[in-house]
Design a protein around this ligand. Structure first.
Ligand SMILES: [Zn+2]
Length: 246
């Protein structure tokens, strides 16, 4: 039988991400049903989003259902961890969610040139060495993050006192006494993912805790919060700087 639904390229991409998030289980069910379930991976307990699907439904119908429930899925997966891992070849650099080529250019000394169109980073020092790469990430995050926070704060008319960056073990960001702290590791993730963390912290200026009111306010300020946040759950490398392939 021919497929009932046809998808645009953009929709196909979205479906592929949703398939990374949702585990599909076929069985003798009457209808679709989402559930959050525990699973064990390398002796640790994780949570994942499961979609139960009636045996008779074909793959195309399942894809259409995933797409229709996109926002529900991102929200369900908010506290789930996946570690799908991005494979980083030994000659590439993960930066703002994309893989860049590196080219050594001794004449530019200790500075960097980032060509976003050709996905190439130039530098006078070899960024494929761990220490140099860390310096690069450090410089980029301390330059991009404060500017970004100020821009977004202005957009929603909130006042902040200061922005700090650092390497923190257990959180992506924090907010207290008007000071916003952001984890340097976020420099590995796409800009819209960094924005989701910034909006989360800015919302804490309005609602300090993680109550329902907090998330409602956050969603109003930044409707794609869950969607943009999911990259961290799916792809953020465990190590910093990220491990590269041998
Ligand atoms: Zn928070």
């Amino acid at each position: 039988m021919a497929d009932i639904y046809t998808f645009t390229e953009y929709e196909k991409e979205t479906i592929n991400i949703l398939k990374e998030i949702v585990t599909i289980k076929y069985g003798s069910y009457k209808n679709f049903k989402f559930k959050k379930e525990k699973y064990i991976f390398q002796k640790a307990v994780y949570k994942e989003v499961v979609l139960y699907v009636p045996q008779s439904f074909n793959a195309n119908t399942v894809e259409a259902y995933l797409l229709k429930n996109e926002n529900i899925i991102y929200k369900l997966a908010y506290h789930c961890l996946y570690y799908k891992k991005i494979e980083i070849p030994h000659n590439k650099i993960l930066y703002l969610g994309r893989l860049y080529d590196f080219k050594l250019k001794p004449e530019i000394h200790n500075t960097y040139k980032i060509d976003e169109n050709n996905l190439t980073i130039y530098s006078g020092r070899n960024l494929l060495h761990k220490d140099n790469l860390l310096k690069f990430y450090h410089q980029q995050s301390s330059y991009i993050f404060p500017a970004r926070v100020r821009m977004l704060a202005e957009k929603i008319k909130l006042d902040i006192k200061a922005v700090k960056t650092g390497i923190f073990k257990s959180y992506w960001g924090s907010c207290g006494a008007g000071i916003i702290k952001l984890n340097e590791r976020l420099i590995l993730s796409p800009l819209n993912t960094i924005d989701s963390i910034i909006y989360h912290e800015l919302t804490h200026l309005l609602v300090p805790n993680h109550s329902k009111d907090f998330y409602n306010t956050l969603e109003k300020i930044y409707p794609s919060y869950y969607k943009d946040h999911i990259w961290l759950n799916l792809y953020m490398p465990k190590e910093y700087p990220p491990k590269i392939q041998e």
